[in-house]
Design a protein around this ligand. Structure first.
Ligand code: F6P
Length: 551
């Protein structure tokens, strides 16, 4: 059995160091320009400035020692070597192979998976081209210009983030002109109504996306859409209007979708890490064409290569992950904010929520021992500047919440009013650069007094500051940088899990609720048939059920 990271000398050194750091203030730390100018790293157009962390150069060096003590390098190597590091499911974790190009080699048990990945990509390319050029038509001979992607969790969130990120990118927008991409995830019939609203079934292709092809929500939604299609177009509609993405081809066939119309992937791709597999590529290539998708993969690959080769002190995902561990486990900050100053990234946080919280929301280490420290964060966020008018009050004067600010040098959609000094993107970015400093520096009572603020208002108007953040600055949000951001945050999560010594690639915690829902579903069936039934649930749930059923 390996030694828990909490029992290492460096962990204890970091605990002691955290006490010293707690006595410092970012006002002083940032005044040390030598320190601050060192706390920056750059790769392929992305600048990460981490000088606003509650940290000095000793912190950085201790965190790098922690990476070493946790054998981060060995664990990354094992991941890239296709070893079954997801031990509770005995699976490899090789989503980086999904971004490979022909010169790369990733193996599992000696089998190079890269040719399989490239072949799957080629099938998607051909199919997407056929649909987009009208070679593949609907049953009534109309081109299929609408896609409804049905799937939930990892079979939805990443794809929805990328679709949203590229929706206003000029080249992608042009490629998707006259096409519509909708998502159907929730089992809530309202989502079904919204997904199908004003779509013509004759022009609609449904892509059913489920790794297992057993997920309750997805299967009910897929059956509902099959009903929607066949009611309008007859029973033959499934052949032309429904395709699947899954690793479970027998279940696809049992559903009634020809397996020739199924796009596979592999059990070494975790659901929340699957956006670069057919899960994301198929709907996105249907909508935007294949060229942007290749750029998206190239961007992710750039970060993969960087993760595996850059020294840790200049390695962006490693630095992000180490500071995640520092904030969560040593400074006891269980929440963090992801704040893109870019409206097109509005679905980024929901995706990262799943990537991170499903991965690192664990109570035991990989050996099954209860964790001796706080691990896993609650991730939340909204694009700036909307977030400023929503929850910034709390992050400036209430709780201390480490934040990542993500901004771009150029907008996807520049706009300037003739009578305004700045263009609208500059107006946005002035906020982007101001907020991290406002959080870090705060505003003192002395400062307020010097401004003549009334004494009884001073406590209300004082800003304590000393609130940490990272600043990530990129050139522009396009398909390539979307891939970079995806991989950066996927790897941040993996780095944290590796350092903590947990399994970031299973998700047993989602099972219990599913089992109870299935049991209750049986109870619902009896009640709806008018049969007397009492569910084996606590009295309070029983009372609520009586209310729901109206007796
Ligand atoms: O929420 C649990 C989960 O298993 C996720 O990990 C996964 O992304 C999602 O359900 C969907 O699973 P599937 O792709 O098998 O439908």
């Amino acid at each position: 059995m390996s030694v828990s990271i909490a029992e290492t000398v460096v962990w204890r050194a970091l605990q002691r160091h955290a006490v010293d750091i707690a006595a410092s203030h970012l006002r002083d730390l940032l005044a040390d320009s030598h320190r601050s100018l060192q706390m920056v790293a750059e790769h392929d157009g992305i600048v990460l400035d981490y000088s606003r962390q509650n940290a000095n150069l000793s912190t950085v060096s201790l965190l790098l020692d922690l990476a070493h003590a946790s054998d981060l390098k060995g664990k990354l190597r094992a991941m890239a070597a296709g070893e079954p590091i997801n031990r509770s499911e005995n699976r490899s974790v090789l989503h980086i192979a999904l971004r490979a190009n022909a010169s790369d080699r990733y193996t599992i048990d000696g089998h190079n998976v890269v040719p399989d990945v490239l072949a799957a990509r080629e099938r998607i390319r051909k199919f997407a081209e056929e649909v987009r050029t009208g070679k593949w038509l609907g049953t009534t001979g109309k081109p299929l210009r609408n896609v409804i992607a049905v799937g939930i969790g990892g079979s939805y969130l990443g794809t929805s983030f990328v679709a949203e990120a590229l929706r206003t990118e000029p080249k992608c927008a042009a490629a998707a002109e006259h096409r519509r991409l909708r998502f159907l995830a929730n089992i809530d019939p309202i989502d079904l109504a919204r997904a199908t609203h004003d779509l013509n079934p004759e022009e609609t292709l449904v892509v059913v996306i489920s790794k297992t092809f057993t997920t309750t929500e997805t299967m009910l939604n897929a059956r509902s859409l099959r009903d929607w299609l066949t009611s309008a177009l007859g029973s033959n509609a499934v052949r032309q209007h429904m395709v699947a993405v899954s690793t479970n081809l027998p279940a696809v066939a049992a559903f009634g979708i020809d397996t020739d119309h199924a796009f596979g992937f592999w059990d070494w791709v975790g659901g929340r890490y699957s956006v670069c597999s057919s899960v994301g590529l198929l709907p996105l290539a249907l909508h935007f064409g294949c060229e942007p998708m290749q750029q998206f993969l190239d961007g992710a690959r750039s970060i993969d290569q960087h993760l595996l080769s850059a020294p840790f002190d200049r390695n962006l995902p490693v630095l992000l992950g180490l500071f995640g561990v520092w904030n969560a486990s040593f400074l006891h900050r269980p929440v963090r904010a992801l704040l893109p100053y870019c409206q097109a990234l509005k679905k980024f946080t929901p995706h990262i929520q799943q990537v991170d919280m499903e991965s690192n929301g664990k109570r035991v280490d990989i050996e099954g021992r209860p964790l001796q420290f706080e691990a896993g964060e609650f991730d939340f966020g909204e694009p700036g500047t909307n977030s400023q008018h929503s929850f910034y009050q709390l992050i400036h004067q209430g709780r201390v919440i480490p934040a990542d600010f993500i901004g771009f040098r150029r907008s996807q959609r520049p706009y300037k009013l003739a009578d305004n000094e700045l263009d609208n993107h500059d107006e946005l970015m002035a906020n982007f650069f101001a907020q991290p400093d406002a959080l870090a520096l705060g505003k003192t009572a002395e400062h307020l007094r010097a401004e003549g603020v009334n004494e009884d208002l001073i406590p209300h108007r004082e800003f304590p500051g000393n609130r940490p953040s990272n600043v990530l600055l990129l050139d522009q949000l396009d398909a390539y940088s979307t891939g970079q951001l995806l991989a950066l945050y996927e790897h941040r999560t993996a780095v944290q899990g590796f350092v903590w010594g947990i399994n970031s690639f299973d998700q047993w915690g989602v099972e219990l609720g599913k089992v109870l829902a299935t049991e209750l579903r049986g109870h619902f069936g009896k009640r709806r048939k008018g049969e007397a039934a009492t569910a084996a649930v606590p009295a309070s749930t029983q009372r609520l059920l009586q209310r729901y059923f109206g007796n």
